[in-house]
Write a protein that binds this ligand. Structure first.
Ligand code: IPE
Ligand code: MG
Length: 232
């Protein structure tokens, strides 16, 4: 979700206006993704590195997040959207943490569609947290010593019981990963678009998904292996 600031700047507006419009896109995309058959949508809303922005912008973003969660709780329950989070949410303001806890709890039974908010998220801190938890499990004797199998180790990531992303979309014309799901997106398909997040539309999402469907995912194998002769 990139480009809020530049969207605002282009219009001579303060950055926070871009973030406000960005929240509207979050609403639209939550349901657009579901309509297009997506089972899980993860939004990179706030990174560990975003904390280093000016204090007033971080404060405004936290305020927006609180406002958004307050408004959305009922919608999520009514429309059966399960909310989950990844990231060091324990460092977020207490009010935001409370709302997150309540919303996650109120929607935990829904299994058709999940919205994951990456908040205070960074892949490197995720690895640090996972290694710490894993080492503690080894010390406690609940994990064997030595190199863990990937399937065991990934249980210590924030995404423990979530599938890896199939498609990652980055808006605003930047072509970097910015510490997002680095391990989980090892075999994801990437889609880069110049559209700023506040302008990202249902049609843009449909275009990205259509593009995804035209790709051949080989996971290191050959084309012949994944598409044996005779299959379309
Ligand atoms: C993304 O928009 C929103 C957050 C990181 C919270 P930016 O704020 O990064 O917008 P640009 O990159 O300055 O345009
Ligand atoms: Mg940005």
């Amino acid at each position: 979700m990139d480009g809020n600031g530049r969207w605002a700047k282009q219009r001579g507006l303060p950055r926070i206006e871009g973030h406000r419009r960005g929240v509207e896109t979050v609403r639209t995309m939550t349901f657009a993704a579901r309509d297009l058959g997506v089972k899980m949508l993860t939004l990179y809303a706030f990174s560990v590195e975003n904390r280093n922005r000016p204090e007033d912008e971080v404060g405004a973003l936290m305020g927006l997040l609180e406002f958004y969660l307050r408004k959305e709780l009922e919608t999520f329950v009514r429309d059966r959207v399960r909310l989950r989070t990844i990231g060091r949410t324990g460092d977020l303001p207490a009010g935001v943490q409370r709302l997150l806890r309540d919303t996650v709890k109120a929607t935990e039974k829904f299994d058709d569609y999940t919205l994951v908010l990456a908040l205070n998220y960074g892949s490197r801190t995720e690895v640090q947290d996972a290694v710490g938890a894993y080492a503690a499990a080894v010390a406690a004797g609940s994990e064997p010593p030595g190199s863990p199998a990937w399937d065991r180790f990934q249980n210590y990531l924030y995404t423990a019981d979530m599938p890896d992303p199939d498609l990652v979309i980055r808006t605003s014309g930047e072509t970097r990963l910015s510490n997002f799901l680095l391990l989980q997106a090892a075999y994801a398909e990437w889609f880069f678009t110049p559209v700023f997040w506040p302008d990202f539309s249902r049609e843009d999402l449909a275009t990205a998904i259509a593009d995804y469907h035209r790709r051949e995912r080989r996971f290191g194998r050959t084309s012949e292996q994944v598409r044996p002769a005779g299959t379309p």
